[in-house]
Write a protein that binds this ligand. Structure first.
Ligand code: PMP
Length: 449
């Protein structure tokens, strides 16, 4: 595939960084080569000597000697080599990508950095962007400053509706509109436990969507941080990376939800040519990802082995499923008739449509704290956050069952008061309008006589 056509001018102009190339050479050269090239600080001057990371089961990971030096020193831009190898193995095992030989992996500071770099490699101001709405706000905040023309695609409880995607793409093919400034370059999607809806895109839909992206020559940005957090017993649907026979998928993974968020370790997998552009961007932005978090994750994966990792994931899913069910119970008890929702099959969120409230912004942000409950107003996930929005995102990731129950009860009271308030306002408005109409009629009648 010719990837150049997807890149903006900035990405095309990125050139390899000599210092980073020399750093990579130093890692692989024979030991008797004297390198006077590196600007790395002298490890003898580092004040930290050793440390121990203790897991909940008592397992201790010792960081000392060379390992500690690796924690404290600059690292290769693509990532800490043992971690890169482990990530490659994990990705190959989980997704069996058909084009694995032409693919590469890049470690990132959380998946957010990967997304930001990928979008900034592709976007040009005013470009047409096809987007599933509602959409993860962290991606909208990268795209929106480019003042794009958003083509909104609808989704339901099974994910993006392919017919809606197809109609949106047909509406902007060069044949239909030869003068159109641009056609979409990529589809961004969160296939497992979308943020904010919690929806898992079915495999049938993924296959259909992948075909459409091939027909319309789109890259797919597959953002899948909730991949491990699905709550059904069936095996997860094939990822887009798994379906990618043409080399058009960039997949973003993260340890944030599956290990912890503060270490800020994620990774991108995709076609070598695109990953190498991201690598150049990353070298410019941060030189290398913080080394200590990479070493810690790598050591953790090593001591767990595949079995330990699977056990951890299984406990994690049980724990979040329990909270998800607690939130559904509380919603059924307190929100029936005043809200609508789908059961989230994965992820951390319940997406609520509030009935009888046209706009949730003031309700949450002005009156939420007083009512002792705060959620995210749906506007945060919309391409135009200035439009009224009746949705809310409730998170079940951190509160326990008691707090979830309390929060949902408080929310029900908040909504009931809001419906009343908005009803009164509307009634007041009607009264004022009626009075104005009456005054107009009177004036008209007076003029006639
Ligand atoms: N994508 C989605 C859909 C998310 O919900 C998040 C975190 N909220 C991210 C990406 C970024 O995650 P991180 O940078 O912590 O990996």
């Amino acid at each position: 595939m010719d990837y150049k056509k997807f890149l903006n001018d900035v990405a095309k102009n990125r050139q390899p960084l000599v210092l980073r190339e020399l750093f990579a050479l130093q890692q692989s050269a024979p030991k008797d080569v004297v390198f006077l090239s590196a600007g790395a600080p002298n490890p003898d001057t580092f004040p930290i000597k050793s440390g121990t990371i203790t897991l909940h089961d008592g397992t201790a990971i010792q960081l000392a000697g060379d390992k500690m030096v690796q924690c404290l020193q600059y690292g290769p831009t693509p990532g800490y080599p043992p971690l890169l190898q482990q990530l490659g193995l994990l990705t190959a095992t989980l997704h069996s990508p058909p084009r694995w030989q032409e693919s590469d992996v890049l470690v990132t500071t959380g998946s957010q950095q990967g997304l930001q770099m990928a979008l900034e490699m592709l976007l040009t101001p005013g470009q047409t962007v096809v987007i599933e709405e509602p959409c993860y706000s962290g991606v909208l905040s990268v795209i929106s400053p480019y003042s794009p023309r958003y083509l909104r695609v609808s989704s339901d409880g099974e994910g993006i509706i392919p017919e809606s995607l197809s109609a949106a793409l047909d509406s902007c093919t060069p044949d239909n509109k030869p003068k159109a400034a641009s056609v979409p370059q990529f589809l961004y999607t969160v296939p497992t436990g979308a943020n904010p809806t919690g929806v898992v895109t079915s495999e049938a839909r993924r296959r259909h969507i992948y075909r459409l992206c091939c027909q319309h020559d789109l890259l797919i940005l597959e953002d899948d941080p909730y991949y491990f957090l699905h709550y059904h017993d069936k095996p997860p649907p094939a990822s887009y990376l798994r379906l990618d026979v043409e080399g058009r998928v960039l997949r973003f993974d993260s340890f944030s939800k599956v290990v912890c968020a503060g270490l800020r370790v994620g990774w991108v997998t995709g076609p070598r040519q695109l990953i190498s552009k991201l690598n150049l961007h990353k070298g410019t932005a941060v030189i290398s990802t913080s080394s200590m978090p990479q070493v810690i994750i790598s050591e953790l994966l090593r001591v767990w082995g595949r079995e330990g990792f699977n056990q951890h994931v299984s406990l994690l899913r049980q724990s979040y499923k329990h909270r998800r069910d607690a939130m559904l119970d509380a919603a059924n008890k307190h929100l029936k008739g005043i809200c609508e929702w789908h059961v989230p099959e994965a992820g951390m969120f319940l997406w609520l449509k509030v009935l009888g409230v046209n706009d949730t912004w003031d309700m949450v942000l002005r009156r939420g704290v007083l009512a002792k409950v705060v959620l995210v107003p749906g506007h945060a996930f919309m391409t135009d956050p200035t439009r009224p929005c009746p949705y809310l995102r409730a998170s079940f990731s951190t509160a326990d069952a008691t707090l979830i129950e309390q929060g949902m009860r408080n929310l029900a009271e908040l909504i009931e008061r809001e419906v009343e308030l908005q009803g009164n306002k509307a009634a007041g408005h009607r009264t004022r309008n009626t009075m104005l109409r009456e005054a107009d009629t009177k004036a008209a009648l007076t003029t006639k006589h």
